[in-house]
Design a protein around this ligand. Structure first.
Ligand code: ZN
Length: 287
């Protein structure tokens, strides 16, 4: 599968000269399967750029289909939806898999409908999409299929709420997407079920929003440090760790330092053989 980064920033878009190298768009990652299927993970502002690139192919002709995996519905994971050009082309088909409150796909659809309210958006309603837009609730722990690949989900704490991590498998290769990862107990070792969920992944993309000193004063926001990510990656013996969801106030130079510190932490905690890949807008990984 090919994994491409369209938005790697956390919480709010942060465009500008100081974030050009890593990019200022919020969370969006695409996975292209060996058979050419498209899985999109999260719908932050990076989704707009993915959508524009898709218009040159089948999606521009109303013959595209994709599965969208949604970790949670905070703004930085849904704001690209109203600007995703392929949803305005009749014939395209999208299946959205996300966290349904109480397992209810209807309630998840209502939340997504809420951001189209005329007070927030000229689109007024999801019903104004021309493409098919089918919303389904994920049941954590129960596998489902997206574009022919097996996907499992794990629910983790995220501040006052929770978010889903996804594990996608193809021909013995595995990609885990774990963004917006808070801790139930501050500074506790990584939970055993998180280690099991990430175990031996070819790629673990993990929330590295903060340096430890910044997490200290913002515990309630429910994000990880590079130390949290490195520790769980080493415990799970993953092959590659991708840093992701950088704090909106961090410049490119700050992120360079965060990545270097993450490398040092991996080396010190038993993860010296883990390859560290900083997520940057436009970069692609193949596994
Ligand atoms: Zn986020």
């Amino acid at each position: 599968m090919k994994i491409r980064f369209w938005g790697v920033r956390g919480s709010i878009p942060a465009p500008g000269p100081e974030t050009n190298r890593y990019g200022g768009n919020t969370s969006c990652v695409s996975v292209t399967t060996a058979a050419g299927g498209l899985i999109i993970i999260d719908m932050g502002t990076g989704l707009m750029h993915l959508g524009n690139s898709l218009m040159a192919g089948a999606f521009g002709k109303g013959a595209g289909r994709a599965s969208i995996l949604l970790s949670h519905t905070h703004w930085d994971h849904i704001q690209g939806l109203g600007f995703f050009a392929p949803v305005f082309i009749s014939g395209n088909q999208f299946t959205v898999w996300g966290p349904g409150p109480y397992g209810s796909a209807g309630m998840l659809e209502e939340i997504l409908e809420g951001q189209m309210d005329p007070n927030f958006s000229p689109l007024q309603s999801l019903k104004n999409f021309s493409a098919g837009f089918d919303v389904r609730a994920v049941e954590p722990g129960t596998a489902f299929e997206a574009e022919g690949l097996r996907v499992t989900a794990r629910e983790h704490p995220h501040g006052a709420t929770t978010a889903l991590a996804f594990r996608i498998e193809e021909n013995g290769r595995s990609f885990v997407y774990a963004s917006d990862v808070g801790q139930a107990v501050p500074d506790a070792p990584p939970p055993a079920d998180a280690i099991a969920f990430y175990r031996d992944a070819d790629v673990l993309l993990h929330d590295t929003t903060y340096r430890p000193a910044d997490q200290e004063t913002r515990r309630n926001r429910g994000f990880s440090t590079y130390e949290d990510a490195a520790t769980v990656a080493a415990a799970a013996k993953v092959k590659r760790l991708v840093t992701f969801h950088y704090d909106q106030d961090y410049t490119d130079d700050d992120v360079d330092q965060l990545v270097a510190s993450c490398r040092a932490t991996l080396d010190a905690c038993g993860g010296a053989d883990i390859e560290l890949v900083p997520a940057r807008e436009g970069d692609e990984l193949e596994i």
